[in-house]
Ligand binder design. Sequence first.
Ligand code: G
Ligand code: G
Ligand code: MN
Ligand code: NA
Length: 254
Amino acid sequence: IGLESALREALERKQFFLCYQPQVSASTGRTVGMEALLRWQHPELGLVSPLHFIPLAEANGLISHIGAWVIDTACAQLAAWRQAGHADLRMAVNLSATQLLNPYLEDTLLGAIASHGLVPADLELEITESVLIQDPDQTVLRFNALRKLGLRLSIDDFGTGYSSLSYLRVLPVQAFKLDRSFVEGLGKDETSLEICASAIRLAQNLNLDIVAEGVETSAQAEWLRALGCPIFQGFLFARPLMAEAATAHLAQER
Ligand code: G
Ligand code: G
Ligand code: MN
Ligand code: NA
């Protein structure tokens, strides 16, 4: 079977689901946010990684439909957690370049936010630096439009996508996600340590949040804590969890 034709049917056949990975406060150890991560379970192909099907969905124009489903489903889940008493929890959703440039994105976001009784600040959009390569001027306009609506914006895989820091002067972001390749090098090479230290300091100096990605060991967490990193995400704290497991994870923190 062709991956592309299978992908075209995936939405209506309800083959997508979201996992949620906790983002944990370094100071309290409590979950302050969840990152929604898309999964595609196909009856014959099995679990297909977003690394394979997102680029395909970008190329054939399906990404905005799939993305709209992700946004609505993530908002519904956050609303349910709010109902269960998790008042300050935020939801982070990944956006690709094509989604960012789609003129209907605002309608999709505001529609989902309103229909689930949320406000824009409840939602954080994770966007990689690489979107800037496609169309820098348009990217700045789109970031400004989304920020004006009150959404939170973060730079995903910070440090890996684009060679210039000058975009930080023009993109209205609230957070960086420190790429896990740098976290992985903590305790192994001096360069990774210096990059983590510099990124964390840069975030502090710009008054931005920073989330360390891919924290797998307590040694890494200790390094990051010593460097002043406020938020951790990674297998050490929790893997991406199915909705029910994520709900249980939150409940056990209360
Ligand atoms: O969860 P996992 O490690 O398999 O994710 C692989 C990649 O897919 C990551 O770069 C992640 O940002 C991306 N990804 C996961 N879910 C979504 C989604 O809903 N939309 C987009 N555009 N990318 C996603
Ligand atoms: O590009 P983005 O940061 O959105 O990718 C998120 C991906 O990182 C998810 O697919 C998730 O499965 C993966 N991930 C989350 N925590 C860890 C971790 O501790 N180690 C590794 N290797 N991958 C992780
Ligand atoms: Mn991400
Ligand atoms: Na990332």
